[in-house]
Every structure is written in structure tokens, then in C-alpha cells.
Design a protein around this ligand. Structure first.
Ligand code: ACO
Length: 322
């Protein structure tokens, strides 16, 4: 049997940091409200001209270095992003060019905050079928570009960043299973309404930004993360107490704590970066993973659960031995 394993992780955050105090000078909000409702203290914001592929490329070179591989070794590139550099070509193709390689398949996956887990699911299947040996899977976002800085109900929640992993073919897992789902009927609860085929119109500029029904998204996220955790553990006959680390999508500390409680995971076993990074959508899981791998918390051989939830709605999970 062929399986995939994570051979290396990498991440990158833009230099500019925007604290809650900074936001107080920009809109009618306050640090205490943001911390209490979301757990967020600060977020990183891409510089003018800094693109999603810039962030992704920096994360990729760190992941390649950890995996002790060269760009030439990559034979599949999958990028989860909702903030691509261009309408086309895909950000994956831009990254491929910037890595100085060609020929391998390269494409983006658009699953909002679940983009990285969707990408992992796809790449794992390519490797299991023998179609790829070394897959680069990225979650990268410049959400600040689709944030309405005049809307305090959303502006305080998001940040920019990128995370990457190199998946490598191996004869024992590695990735034990991935699970991805979607339910399109919740489109209106979390969206950027402006698109291409519905006609770009400068007079509808407000529609080019994230719009969200926060309360409804919150409730749905908590319920869905519970069900995907149960599905994943039951499928693999794994007891929740056997998990070493829970690496959830970083949207809101209250959502993360609720999911951890249901898993009976003490918060010391949950990787939390939402305080420092805010919600970086598809980048949040690989950013959290890389943070905890590099600071020595997550070690080789440990059992990890990833869980994501995002616009669509989309959701997914991965159970893996690191
Ligand atoms: N600063 C100060 N006050 C604020 C702010 C702010 N930034 N934003 C809203 N308020 C006010 C509201 O106007 C409201 O005031 P009112 O009572 O006078 O009307 C009050 O605070 C409470 O607002 P609620 O929306 O009820 O606050 P809630 O406790 O639900 O928290 C939040 C809002 C943080 C957005 C929460 O609903 C949430 O986290 N939802 C999930 C969001 C999320 O995770 N989205 C992304 C998930 S998927 C993905 O990552 C794409």
C-alpha cells in the first residue's frame, strides 16, 4: 500500500502587525471586546503589492528545507486560496513558475477556510494512487484585500498569511484518512458577493468584501466540527483520548474551545494561533501546524486531528500520524 506523510512544514506571515489597539484608531471597536468574543489580539497584514503567491512561496521554501527536498522533486501543486493573485492563471501555476519548475499538475482549490484540508485530501489521493510522489499543498491568503475596513463586525476577525506542507509517498501512514464535505445552501451566511460572471461593478464596491452573519456561522461551525470529529474517529476506530494534538481552523477561540471540549482535549493539547494570526482562512491550519512543529510541541509519530469549517459551507478533517 502507498500512503502519504508530511515530510516538511513551512509558514510565512507578512511583517506588518495590526493590533486590536491599532484597530481602535480605525473604527468603533475595543481591544477587550475583540479578545473576549474572539480571542484575537493581533493579525498580520500584507504590504502594498505583496500577493498571496509571495506569502505562499516563502512558506514553501521553508517546507522544502525541512523536508530536505528541492523544488524539482515536486510533482503536484495544490493551493487552497480564496484570494488568488489573479483570476487566472491559478496561484498554483504562478507558484510553479516562481519555483522554477514546470510540467507537473498545478491547480487551486476554492473551499474558503477548508481549502487546505480539501487540498490535503486531493493530494493524499494522488499519492495513494501512485500519480504523485511529492505533493506541495498550500493554504495562503491575503484576506485583508477582501476585508471591509469600515465594517467592525468583520474587519477585526481576519489576517493574512500562508502555510505549506510537502506530502511524500511512504509505505505506512502518514495520513490515515481525510474527510471533506459541503452544503451550498448556506451561501448567504458567509460570502463575498462580488464575482466575475455576475458582473464586476464599481458601484457595488461593498459587495467585494466579506459579508457574514456571525451568530449563525458560529452556531453552525460548532455543530459541524463536532460531527466531523465523530465521523473521523469512528471511521478509523480511534478513541478521542488517543489523540496527541488537535489542530483546528483558527476562526475564533470560543469555537475552538467548544470543539476541544467535545473531544475532551485539554487546551494544552490544542494548537491555538488565532490570538496572534486571527482568521487566515485556508492558511490557518498549516500555519498553526508549522508553529507547533517548529516550537517543538508536535513531534514525529504523534497522532493529530485537523478540522476546518468555512464558507460554502465547506468542512473537513484529517487524521494523521506526523
Ligand atoms: N467591536 C465592538 N463591538 C462590536 C464589534 C466590534 N468589532 N462587532 C460587533 N459588535 C457589537 C454588535 O454591534 C452588537 O452590539 P448590540 O448588542 O448593541 O447590537 C454586540 O457587539 C454583539 O454582537 P454579536 O454579533 O451578537 O456578537 P457575538 O458574540 O456573536 O460575536 C462574532 C460576533 C465574534 C463575529 C461571532 O459571532 C463569531 O465569531 N462568529 C463566527 C465568525 C467566524 O468564525 N467566521 C468565520 C468562520 S468560517 C471562516 O473562517 C471563513
Amino acid at each position: 500500500m502507498i500512503y502519504s506523510r508530511i515530510a516538511g512544514t513551512g509558514s510565512y506571515l507578512p511583517e506588518k502587525v495590526l493590533t486590536n489597539k491599532d484597530l481602535e484608531t480605525m473604527m468603533d471597536t475595543d481591544d477587550a471586546w475583540i479578545r473576549e468574543r474572539t480571542g484575537i489580539k493581533r493579525r498580520h497584514i500584507a504590504a502594498d503589492g505583496e500577493t498571496t503567491s509571495d506569502l505562499a512561496l516563502a512558506a514553501t521554501s521553508r517546507a522544502l528545507e525541512m523536508a530536505e527536498l528541492d523544488a524539482d522533486d515536486i510533482d503536484l501543486i495544490v493551493v487552497g486560496t480564496t484570494t488568488p493573485d489573479k483570476v487566472f492563471p491559478s496561484t498554483a501555476c504562478i507558484i510553479q513558475r516562481r519555483l522554477g519548475i514546470s510540467g507537473c499538475a498545478a491547480f487551486d482549490v476554492q473551499a474558503a477556510c477548508s481549502g487546505f484540508v480539501y487540498g490535503l485530501d486531493v493530494a493524499d489521493r494522488y499519492i495513494r494512487t501512485g500519480a504523485a510522489k511529492h505533493a506541495l499543498v498550500i493554504g495562503a491568503e491575503t484576506l485583508s484585500r477582501i476585508t471591509n475596513w469600515e465594517d467592525r463586525t468583520t474587519a477585526v476577525l481576519f489576517g493574512d498569511g500562508a502555510g505549506a506542507v510537502i506530502l511524500q509517498a511512504t509505505d505506512e501512514p502518514g495520513i490515515i484518512s481525510t474527510h471533506i464535505h459541503a452544503d451550498g445552501k448556506y451561501e448567504d451566511l458567509l460570502e463575498v458577493p462580488q464575482g466575475i460572471s455576475n458582473g464586476y461593478d464599481v458601484l457595488r464596491a461593498q459587495e467585494a468584501y466579506i459579508q457574514m452573519n456571525g451568530n449563525a456561522v458560529f452556531r453552525r461551525a460548532v455543530a459541524t466540527l463536532d460531527s466531523i470529529a465523530r465521523e473521523t474517529l469512528e471511521k478509523n476506530n480511534v478513541d478521542k483520548h488517543d489523540l496527541d494534538w488537535f489542530v483546528p481552523h483558527q476562526a475564533n477561540l470560543r469555537i475552538i474551545s467548544a470543539a476541544a471540549r467535545k473531544l475532551d482535549m485539554p487546551m494544552e493539547r490544542v494548537i491555538v494561533t488565532v490570538d496572534e494570526h486571527a482568521n487566515t482562512s485556508s492558511a490557518s491550519i498549516p500555519l498553526a501546524l508549522d508553529t507547533a512543529v517548529r516550537d517543538g510541541r508536535i513531534k514525529r509519530g504523534e497522532l493529530l486531528l485537523f478540522e476546518a469549517f468555512g464558507a460554502g459551507f465547506t468542512w473537513g478533517s484529517a487524521l494523521l500520524r506526523f
